[in-house]
Design a binder for this molecule. Structure first.
Ligand code: ZN
Ligand code: ZN
Length: 199
């Protein structure tokens, strides 16, 4: 059987198969690669029709850290988990009691779902649909295409793995996937995941 690895370039997912945060069925996170704009990334579940947008999941932190303009002592105040960052933040100096509004620094962060040791998508952090354990290691793929790519790599023989393309791809895979002794276990896990995907 021909085991040549098709040269397709780096795998760059435009969607992630995930477990729906509401109904636990398979759902998708769609990243809008065409705009390179992560704020347009959304989650869609075909089972319970849950819809979510990344921009609504972002929480901001604002803070003022400087010296009091009146007495020169350091002042600090922060507010976390804001759905919208405010333009000003009022801070009172604890030394001289001087109080005024400042323009705060804004940091953007968003809460990741609690995954309990699982792998999540890079936007919402929802558990990936295609993941399982292989000999104590977490084995996962972003979506079916990605899983097929890993399968092709694992099936390629050692000589083919020396090609520039596979050598480059190898650098991005966890070590346990590259080890020959794990090959059968990984292929078995891939088949199980492909069946889960076909359901
Ligand atoms: Zn759902
Ligand atoms: Zn002061």
């Amino acid at each position: 059987m021909e085991k040549r690895y098709k040269e397709t370039g780096y795998y760059n997912p435009t969607y992630y198969q995930i477990e729906c945060p509401k109904c636990k069925h398979e759902a998708k996170v769609l990243s809008s690669a065409e705009y390179r704009n992560e704020l347009k990334t959304k989650v869609e579940c075909p089972h319970c029709l849950y819809r979510g947008e990344y921009k609504d999941h972002i929480l901001y932190k604002i803070y003022v850290k400087r010296n009091c303009p009146d007495c020169g002592k350091p002042i600090f105040r922060e507010q976390k988990n804001l759905t919208k960052p405010s333009e000003t933040l009022r801070v009172r100096c604890s030394y001289c009691k001087y109080e005024t509004d400042y323009k705060p620094n804004v940091e953007c962060c968003h809460p990741k779902a609690n995954l309990k040791g699982q792998k999540g998508d890079p936007f919402f952090g929802y558990a990936l649909w295609l993941q399982t354990e292989v000999k104590g290691h977490l084995f996962w793929a972003y979506n079916r295409e990605h899983l097929e790519e890993i399968k092709a790599f694992v099936k390629a023989d050692l000589r083919e793995r020396q090609s520039t393309y596979l050598m480059t791809m190898t650098a991005r895979l966890p070590q346990f996937i590259k080890e020959a002794k794990n090959r059968e276990h990984i292929l078995k896990a891939i088949e199980v995941l492909l069946k889960k995907d076909n359901k």
